[in-house]
Design a protein around this ligand. Structure first.
Ligand code: FEO
Length: 406
């Protein structure tokens, strides 16, 4: 059965929801599913903007056939070549062999690398700033390299203000009937997944997102709809989400608050982390989130790291090093360019306690603009009551830092 929605009077969402995929990119858990958005414009010419993952190809074809209602498909615009959007290109070419492909040089190179049969079809290679008319609608192609792959471009319909934004402004989560961000409680139900999507998938490329935002800045008043490749379409309160993207891509914290991540083998390091969390809350800082590094997917930790201004890393020593799951989290932070955070360290070791020095070295030598507080708690096996003063000192140091006193 077809499953389509109108975006505007002549633009249709013809994508698909996916609840079967457990791991996006075979790496990131998506318990709420994901959507692959594809859009079909009915103008004097008919135009499909991007395709979907291979698993959703049948739904795309059914949707497109329904909307076309016997008309030919004239153009296929490809903004992003990653297979979660591009895998169905060959099927579209088989079903509508007269279609003309519109994309850029790098994207066509990648299509050939992936084995798509584009060279037996008409193609139009566009450059930055080129315009193209489909009849009533004229579009401009704007390149957005590394948001998320090098070939990425976004397409702006100057006739109705629709921005086809590729991965930018996407989120995890299946739409399940809804289409627009104003049809859901985005801040309550979607923001965490939007941040987890952006920070893990494109977090490394903050400066490239900033470049795209700068290009969009010149036409902000003309953008009426943002149509990303995943998640809801935006037609109201666009600045809410644009500002979130600006914050995340500048690596600026969204909240003044404390993220505590602990690595604990038998509960003693966890106990110290809990005691610190309670003291912070007792003194009025209740924006505290606490996670066990061993049982929390690292993509969630990364999202929370982008959210909060202050981190507490509490780790047991393991094989004279950092506990492996904590080390993996640190490596992911570095890979995703996390920076500009203040960090407090809690270390544990029953003999040869090393994790604190090693975490500090990683934070200061391997990452950018990370401030490590001098007040550190070192414990041997467990945090005894003799450490109460040190715990209070660390609590106050974190609060002073949050309040800008140090
Ligand atoms: Fe949703 Fe970079 O693909």
């Amino acid at each position: 059965m077809y499953c389509v929605r109108n975006v505007t009077e002549d633009l249709y969402w013809v994508g698909a929801n996916d609840h079967r995929l457990a791991l996006f990119e075979n790496a990131y858990p998506i318990p709420r599913g994901v959507t692959y958005n594809s859009y079909l414009l009915l103008d004097e010419k008919t135009v499909l903007f991007d395709t979907v993952d291979w698993s959703a190809c049948r739904q795309l074809v059914e949707n497109a056939q329904h909307v076309l209602n016997g008309r030919p498909l004239d153009y296929l615009v490809i903004n992003h070549l990653e297979p979660d959007h591009a895998a169905s290109i060959d099927e579209i070419l088989l079903r509508w062999p007269e279609v003309t492909l519109i994309s850029n040089e790098k994207a066509f190179m990648l299509m050939r690398q992936f084995g798509f049969h584009v060279d037996s079809h008409k193609i139009i290679e566009v450059n930055e700033g080129d315009t193209f008319s489909f009849g009533k609608h004229t579009v401009t192609f704007v390149f957005a390299p590394m948001v998320h792959w090098p070939e990425v471009m976004v397409t702006f319909d100057t006739t109705n203000g629709v921005l086809f934004s590729a991965d930018a402004f996407g989120t995890f989560g299946a739409l399940d009937g809804k289409l627009f961000a104003d049809e859901v409680n985005f801040d309550r139900d979607w923001l965490d997944d939007a941040r987890r999507y952006l920070t893990n998938i494109v977090g490394k490329y903050g400066p490239h997102i900033q470049l795209l935002l700068k290009k969009a800045g010149g036409i902000l008043d003309q953008i009426k709809y943002i149509c990303p490749l995943h998640g809801p379409v935006w037609r109201e309160d666009l600045m809410y989400f644009i500002q979130k993207y600006d914050t995340w891509s500048r690596y600026a914290p969204e909240e003044q608050g404390v993220l505590i991540v602990y690595a604990s083998m038998y509960g003693n390091t966890e106990s110290a982390a809990q005691a610190l969390a309670a003291r912070l809350c007792d003194k009025g800082m209740t924006k505290v989130a606490l996670y066990d590094v061993s049982s929390t997917n690292v993509s969630q930790l990364i999202s929370e790291t982008f959210k909060y201004s202050h981190l507490v890393l509490a780790s047991v020593t393991y094989n004279l090093g950092i506990y492996p799951a904590m080390h993996n989290y640190l490596l992911d932070m570095k890979a995703l360019n996390v920076q500009k955070r203040t960090v407090a360290i809690v270390e544990n070791g029953s003999w040869a306690c090393k994790s604190g020095d090693l975490m500090q070295k990683f934070l200061t030598e391997e990452m950018k603009d990370m401030t490590v507080l001098n007040e550190r708690i070192s414990m041997a096996s467990s945090l005894g009551e003799d450490k109460e003063v040190e715990l209070d000192i660390l609590t106050d140091a974190i609060l002073d830092s949050l309040n800008g006193k140090k």
